[in-house]
Design a protein around this ligand. Structure first.
Ligand SMILES: [Fe+2]
Ligand SMILES: [Fe+2]
Length: 156
């Protein structure tokens, strides 16, 4: 699969899960926690394929470098917010407001990626290169998902 289609698919899925989480009311605290854990796992895998394959490849192109460096920082902010939410009880009144701040940050990051960053990617790589990057990312995605499952198994 083309690298950009793969990333876009992940973004769309994250947005969908975020919407589901936002619609969980006070009576669905357990469901909220489960959905949130799934979102954290998905984003952990997504950030890995970007930081280990996509960003390093793109960073080699001088006119994309600054944007990529900004994207790393944005991942850091998103991760900090996810950590913070993880420390709050899903039924606590502070949970959803903190989640909303996370959502705004993630949406901003996705917008920048799909906008400027994807534009630069398309001008920096050929279709064949994008397919090749996509294949590498799909392979790492599968590996990272398996690693997460193994970790979860060990913890339970
Ligand atoms: Fe992304
Ligand atoms: Fe990203």
């Amino acid at each position: 699969m083309n690298a950009l289609s793969l990333l876009k698919q992940d973004h769309d899925k994250a947005k969908e899960v975020i919407e589901q989480i936002e619609s969980t009311g006070e009576g669905a605290v357990k469901r909220r926690g489960e959905l949130f854990q799934g979102l954290v796992d998905d984003l952990t895998v997504h950030e890995r394929i970007e930081e280990e394959i996509f960003y390093p490849a793109l960073q080699k192109h001088p006119n994309a470098k600054d944007l990529v460096l900004e994207a790393y920082v944005e991942h850091g902010v998103v991760d900090t917010l996810l950590d913070e939410i993880s420390t709050i009880d899903a039924g606590d009144e502070k949970w959803m407001p903190t989640f909303k701040v996370f959502k705004e940050n993630l949406e901003h990051h996705i917008e920048e990626e799909e906008g400027e960053l994807f534009k630069k990617t398309k001008s920096a790589f050929s279709t064949v290169q994008l397919e090749d990057l996509g294949a590498q990312m799909a392979a790492l995605k599968e590996q990272a998902q398996q690693e997460l499952m193994e970790e979860a198994r060990k913890e339970s």
